[in-house]
Ligand binder design. Structure first.
Ligand SMILES: [Zn+2]
Length: 298
């Protein structure tokens, strides 16, 4: 089984706990992820809202450089094609929270040079670009946020609307000239949670030609277990279509022990969906092909 995942916090957790991405005691590592086939993982540098502004960029740059020194990062479509031959492993990077860059949009050029594929506009709170879904604020993107979006597009860095509040989300939809990602989210129609997307939002992301990555965070799914995850998957497939749905399991973005602690869950979910009669071709797309086609420009 091949697996392509749009979002995890494992880079941040590995750094915090002094472990490696190759093999660790966290939710996922390259060894376990690649055990069953081709494996591509976007590793996000997560910048919490409470990190002092002055520390944010040095921290982000440090982690991006560290991962770049240890692994040959996939930056281009051709590199992705090459990396997963074998079956091989593709390591890609991203930033979770535009607050890492803040007002200094020149840093976006460094992000692009360091191979950053997407930036999540906000985390749960507010930053210089906009307001998160748990910020309690109803403002849309700031002027800096709008400029950042434009700059990112010219540099080939994708916007990620996960965590963003409703107003910011629709601003991105209105202003984006290309595909938009919602890297780790679920359906609000299935479980009412501010982090989840409404049917209308799911369709809007799909209409940009972007991707929606299903999270496996039980709090956002509204329960643990494959059945509950399947309800969200079904809803995403219905609203976004079969080519726009993927995974962004958010491994290491939530505490272990909630029924989803480990890379093994992906394999288990795959088997569960096979038993439920999902077509193998569809499963291949959701677990790998949709992301692969997207990032190789098919
Ligand atoms: Zn997140």
């Amino acid at each position: 089984m091949d697996y392509f995942d749009l979002h995890c916090d494992t880079l941040t957790e590995a750094f915090r706990t002094g472990q490696t991405l190759q093999s660790n005691r966290l939710h996922i590592d390259l060894l376990r992820g690649g055990r069953n086939g081709r494996y591509a993982q976007l590793f996000a540098v997560f910048v919490p809202d409470n990190m002092p502004q002055a520390e944010r960029w040095p921290y982000t740059e440090k982690l991006l450089r560290l991962i770049g020194e240890k692994y040959s990062l996939v930056r281009t479509a051709e590199q992705l094609r090459q990396a997963v031959v074998g079956p091989g492993i593709a390591v890609m990077t991203a930033i979770e929270n535009g607050g890492a860059v803040g007002e200094d949009l020149f840093l976006l050029e460094t992000c692009a040079l360091l191979g950053v594929k997407y930036i999540t506009i906000t985390w749960n709170g507010s930053n210089a670009w906009g307001c998160g879904s748990l910020s309690g604020r109803e403002d849309g993107l700031t002027e800096t946020g709008k400029q950042a979006l434009h700059r990112m597009e010219t540099l080939g860095i994708l916007p990620d609307v996960s965590h963003l509040n409703k107003q910011g989300f629709w601003d991105v939809m209105r202003l984006a000239g290309g595909p938009v990602l919602a890297t780790h989210t679920a359906s609000r129609g299935v479980h009412e949670h501010p982090r989840n997307l409404t049917d209308e939002q799911i369709k809007a992301v799909a209409d940009t030609g972007g991707l929606i990555g299903l999270t496996l965070y039980p709090v956002h799914l509204g329960g643990s277990g494959y059945e509950q995850a399947e309800r969200h998957l079904e809803r995403l497939l219905r609203r976004a279509g079969e080519r726009r749905v993927a995974f962004g399991a958010d491994f290491d973005g939530f505490p272990a022990g909630q029924g989803y602690d480990g890379a093994e869950v992906i394999q288990g979910f795959y088997r569960y969906l096979c038993r439920k009669g999902y077509e193998p071709e569809l499963l291949k797309r959701i677990f790998f092909g949709n992301c692969y086609d997207f990032f190789t420009g098919v």
